[in-house]
Design a protein around this ligand. Structure first.
Ligand SMILES: Nc1ncnc2c1ncn2[C@@H]1O[C@H](COP(=O)(O)OP(=O)(O)OP(=O)(O)O)[C@@H](O)[C@H]1O
Ligand SMILES: O=C(O)c1ccc[n+]([C@@H]2O[C@H](COP(=O)([O-])O)[C@@H](O)[C@H]2O)c1
Length: 227
């Protein structure tokens, strides 16, 4: 997908919420791809405090934040943001979108999600209000259902240039990356094998050093030194 230079006035802001338990290669590739297609926009990665639709994460907020910082350390377009961790109650994306919409006035606000999240968006808290607050950027993922027609219709599909011309209400469908990676599979691999190639080596080292995810202890550690 060609990248588009944003008009000087548009200065888009991208939000990428997740449990990030732990952050993995597909998260980072997806965030970089969305930034690139939007002309180098900053992407805020926001670990949640209380996932609304899944079990409480294994790693606490500080550990997930630390792993995100390690994974993003070489990418200035990626901003690790602890805003959701500082809130109380379920981490509804609606609250996050409202907060950042207030911060960025009429600039384009883009909420990026994987195709699995898009397929379930109609079950999220007051999702019907999203179109007045943000655009969606949907990243493909293997074996995901299609979103219901009413969700697709709420966000007409468009291209990057159009997203940058409007504050909210459109949908960008990315074709890449398309990576069969999940945090669930990574946690299982860590428990069985002690490591997983879908992790940044610095994140792997952090996990072993802090004994996260019941990691198997027989694997030799890498030599990476955390900053
Ligand atoms: N491989 C992937 N491709 C595209 N999007 C992804 C991928 N993995 C995660 N995402 C998206 O990243 C966001 C945060 O995901 P999350 O932190 O829950 O990771 P996960 O791998 O789906 O975790 P888990 O396996 O624990 O459910 C969600 O919008 C999700 O759809
Ligand atoms: O607001 C909701 O109802 C809602 C329901 C499910 C998920 N979310 C958010 O969507 C992001 C991705 O969710 P998850 O469970 O795949 O990590 C994360 O920031 C969650 O807090 C939000």
């Amino acid at each position: 997908m060609p990248s588009v230079q944003p008009p000087a006035s548009s200065n888009p802001l991208v939000l990428f919420g997740g449990t990030f338990d732990p952050v993995h290669r597909a998260h980072i590739s997806a965030a970089r791809a969305v930034s690139k297609v939007l002309g180098g926009a900053h992407v805020h990665l926001l670990p949640n405090a209380v996932p609304p639709h899944k079990a409480q994460p294994m790693a606490d907020g500080e550990q997930r934040l630390a792993m995100l910082r390690l994974a993003c350390r070489e990418y200035p377009e990626l901003v690790v943001d602890d805003w959701e961790l500082r809130q109380t109650g379920p981490s509804y994306s609606l609250n996050t979108l409202r907060h950042f919409r207030d911060q960025c006035a009429d600039r384009p606000l883009i909420f990026m999600i994987g195709a699995d999240s898009f397929a379930n968006l109609h079950q999220w808290h007051r999702w019907q209000e999203y179109a007045t607050l943000c655009h969606l950027a949907v990243v493909p993922r293997p074996e995901c259902a299609l979103a219901p027609d009413k969700v697709q219709a709420a966000f007409p599909e468009s291209d990057a240039a159009q997203l940058l011309q409007h504050p909210s209400g459109l949908r960008l469908m990315l074709q890449r990356p398309f990576l069969d990676v999940s945090a669930t599979a990574i946690r299982e691999a860590l428990e069985k094998k002690g490591d997983c190639p879908a992790l940044d080596p610095a994140v792997s080292t952090h996990i072993r050093r802090h004994h996260l995810y019941n990691v198997a202890t027989t694997t030799p550690s890498t030599n990476y030194e955390a900053p």
